[in-house]
Design a protein around this ligand. Structure first.
Ligand code: F6P
Length: 748
């Protein structure tokens, strides 16, 4: 209504002003018209009565003249008639002839055929005097007085009608304006709502409004995205991210919806050692990150049952509750034959995709038999997801490169599911990726995801470029959304992290004790400086480069010989693959060579531990070390770097970190190095060992602050919140438009 008033009020005021100006004008013009009419009329009367009047005047019959005048006066507007002789003396006049009217002009001259308006008390009159002639000889003046009060009456009527006319015009124009404004307003509101919902260039009738809004639609959407991400960032940073926060998100934002995780590696592996069954926690960044999330969320974790005691510890439906000491969620184990594992895991995943995605100069091997096993195993996991899902629309978190085909397979079977895929390793540039013989099938499979996450924006960009190169898809580079085959996938950066604070009994052990115990256990003097490296024994981790840097450091700084030890924990990994066996041999050989070069009988500079260590043991080494050296040749994130920082509640210790890890983007306070540059790395080791405590504290404090703020609960929480937002929107739109696909995320 207020909107309508905004149109109607100015219109009414304008019309009133026009009417106010027009009415006197009209009044004046009508008066002039009437006077002109009367002039013509009086001339006509004068001409008509000249002859009879001349006779009556000549006869001198007063009675006849006055009767004649009375007859003329029957015209209702003629008010009085008079006759003056040539000397302008009034001789005859009708009874009501106004006394103030005479035949003399103001200037004493004769006034012939001159009319004028005279205002009397009774109202205006029109006076016209005509010379009366007969055969060219004048014999007097005829005065005709007309009553003008009818003009006044007509003027009043005219004013009234003009007023009505303007009022009617005002009402009609207002009505039309209000109706048009209302219709347009509704259209714009609907259009703006569509813009806000992200349908800026939608369908049907919406298109009409959007055409008008198109100039502002993009700006508006960009603004909304900025505001949303600002709000999200603000909201997120105000949250104290913990397991409880995740539980609250699941309860409130996701209304307790079902969460399933799928990964190749299981978080707890049961291994039989003689009579005993041991539970092993694998050396896996993926497990490190997701295990605390799953403890918080409950739900089901579907993974390959790879332990030799996994079958006997699972129930009849292949489930096992974990963690063993305090069960909180369940693992659903999927069994693979030796051949399947060889083709899918050792073959396509780790001899093909792994070297393909890590630019570490190891040639990928692509075998059709491996690919076939990969397809079969992905399908097996898809079957398991469908069987485990209790609802038609679970949230499925698909982890890593082992399952590139799984998102599409799930979407085909559970179209309502929200599939969040996370690719834990780098995504190479489009040319490098293009050598994969099944590149299109891999992209097609991944694009079955609702959300696809990478650790860094660089990897998101590389993926988008690969899509652009190899499949027919519509890429919105503003929202980072890909539309492909009727589905939409939002590509997002979610840098993975670790739990904060670390849930480990080692964190309760005083730092001094950790230092002393580690040195004692390894036969080191109390003042020996320790450098630590913790990895799977993998060629991407740059363990050889790390050892070469240690060698160079000792060459350049010989005073450290005997005073510095580098402890390398290397969990055996993928050892059926030739490349890994070769790497194992080369690592051992290099360690031996360097030890031979610098050792004395009490001391070896490199302590190589190729065995599995549980997290508690690893944390003790972190807490005991002067520095931690992460020298990956290429790494999606690298959680060792974050774990080292998290264990150092004494705010001491230095992180030397490869620039080719995702972590280096988040931890610039580390000493960032190029692992291919041996001298630079040796210099960093020297700088780390001689760094003043205050500088160590400042750097460590800053890194700890970041990891605390961006911990793994926030990583998972952001994905789940995005999934929740996406589900909420698609349900909303499904109500309005059944069958419409989920809309993309705005901004994250
Ligand atoms: O880095 C990729 C990744 O899947 C990590 O998430 C994990 O740390 C590692 O590989 C585990 O490898 P695997 O399961 O083959 O031992």
């Amino acid at each position: 209504m207020r909107l309508s008033l905004r149109f109607v009020l100015p219109l009414a005021i304008t019309l009133a002003a026009i009417a106010y100006a027009v009415i006197p004008l009209v009044d004046r013009f009508t008066l002039q018209w009437f006077v002109r009419d009367l002039d013509i009329r009086t001339a006509l009367i004068a001409n008509t009565i000249q002859d009879p009047l001349q006779e009556f005047v000549r006869e001198g019959s007063r009675g006849k003249v006055l009767r004649f005048f009375d007859r003329i006066m029957q015209d209702e507007r003629l008010f009085a008639v008079g006759f003056c002789d040539l000397s302008r003396k009034m001789i005859y006049k009708t009874a009501v002839f106004p006394a103030s009217i005479t035949c003399a002009g103001d200037d004493g001259e004769a006034v012939v055929s001159e009319s004028r308006l005279v205002n009397l008390q009774r109202g205006p009159i029109h006076v016209a005097m005509h010379r009366v002639e007969s055969e060219g000889t004048a014999y007097g003046y005829l005065i005709l007085v007309h009553d003008m009060s009818f003009v006044q009456r007509r003027s009043d009527d005219t004013k009234k009608y003009i007023f009505y006319l303007f009022a009617a015009i005002g009402a009609i124009v207002s009505l039309v304006t209000v109706v048009i404004a209302e219709i347009s307003w509704r259209g714009w509101v609907a259009g703006l709502k569509a813009v806000i919902r992200g349908e800026a260039f939608g369908r049907g009738d919406m298109k009409v409004h959007l055409r008008e809004l198109r100039p502002v639609a993009r700006d508006l959407q960009a603004l909304i995205r900025d505001l949303e991400s600002e709000r999200r960032a603000r909201d997120e940073s105000q949250i104290n991210w913990s397991a409880d926060t995740l539980r609250a998100i699941l309860r409130n934002d996701l209304k307790g919806e079902e969460v399933l995780i799928v990964s190749n590696r299981e978080p707890y592996i049961h291994m039989r050692r003689n009579e005993r069954i041991e539970v092993q926690r694998p050396a896996s960044g993926l497990v490190t990150a997701l295990e605390p999330v799953m403890r918080a969320c409950s739900g089901t974790w579907i993974a390959h049952g790879s332990g030799n005691a996994d079958r006997e510890t699972a129930d009849s439906t292949d489930h096992v509750m974990v963690p063993p000491e305090r069960p909180a969620y369940r693992i659903r184990r999927v069994w693979l034959s030796k051949e399947e594992e060889a083709g899918y895991y050792y073959g396509f995943s780790n001899s093909g995709l792994w070297p393909l995605c890590h630019i570490a100069h190891t040639r990928p091997i692509f075998r059709t038999s491996d690919w076939n096993a990969y397809v079969t195993v992905n399908r097996r996991f898809a079957d398991t997801v469908v069987r485990e899902a209790k609802t038609a629309d679970p949230i499925v978190l698909v982890q890593d490169y082992h399952f590139a085909l799984l998102p599409r397979m799930i979407r085909e079977r559970l179209p309502e599911a929200t599939v969040i895929s996370f690719w834990h390793i780098p995504w190479p540039n489009a040319e490098a990726f293009g050598i994969c013989p099944w590149r299109e099938a891999i992209i097609d499979g991944i694009l079955g995801s609702s959300i696809l996450g990478f650790h860094t924006q660089f990897h998101c960009n590389n993926f988008i470029d690969a899509v652009d190169h190899y499949v027919e898809a519509r890429i919105d580079r503003e929202t980072y959304t890909i539309s492909y085959g009727g589905d939409q996938t939002a590509v997002r950066r979610y840098p993975i992290s670790i739990e904060w604070p670390l849930n480990s009994k080692t964190m309760q052990k005083p730092l001094g004790e950790c230092r002393a115990d580690v040195r004692k256990r390894n036969g080191l003097a109390a003042d020996t400086a320790i450098g630590i490296g913790v990895d799977r024994l993998d060629y991407t981790k740059g363990i050889l480069e790390r050892f070469l840097a240690v060698e160079r450091f000792l060459e350049l700084e010989p005073e450290w010989i005997g005073k510095f030890v580098f402890v390398q924990i290397a969990a055996p990994s993928r050892s059926s693959i030739d490349e890994y066996q070769n790497y194992d041999a080369r690592v051992r050989a290099l360690a031996r060579r360097i030890n031979d070069k610098f050792s004395n009988k009490h001391h070896e500079p490199i302590l190589l531990k190729i065995e599995h260590y549980d997290p508690d043991e690893v944390y003790e080494y972190y807490r005991a070390a002067e520095l931690c050296f992460v020298s990956s040749l290429h790494d999606g994130m690298n959680l060792v770097a974050k774990e080292f920082v998290a264990t150092r509640d004494d705010e001491r210790g230095v992180l030397v970190l490869s620039q080719f890890t995702g972590a280096s983007r988040e931890l610039p306070e580390a000493l960032i190095v190029n692992p291919y540059n041996v001298d630079q790395c040796a210099g960093a080791l020297k700088a780390a060992l001689s760094m003043p405590p205050a500088e160590q504290r400042d750097r460590m404090r800053s890194m700890r602050g970041l990891i605390q703020e961006f911990n793994v609960y926030r990583w998972a929480g952001r994905m789940l919140l995005d999934a929740g937002q996406m589900r909420m929107r698609s349900r909303l739109f499904a109500r309005a438009d059944r069958g419409r696909k989920p809309v993309p995320l705005r901004s994250v």
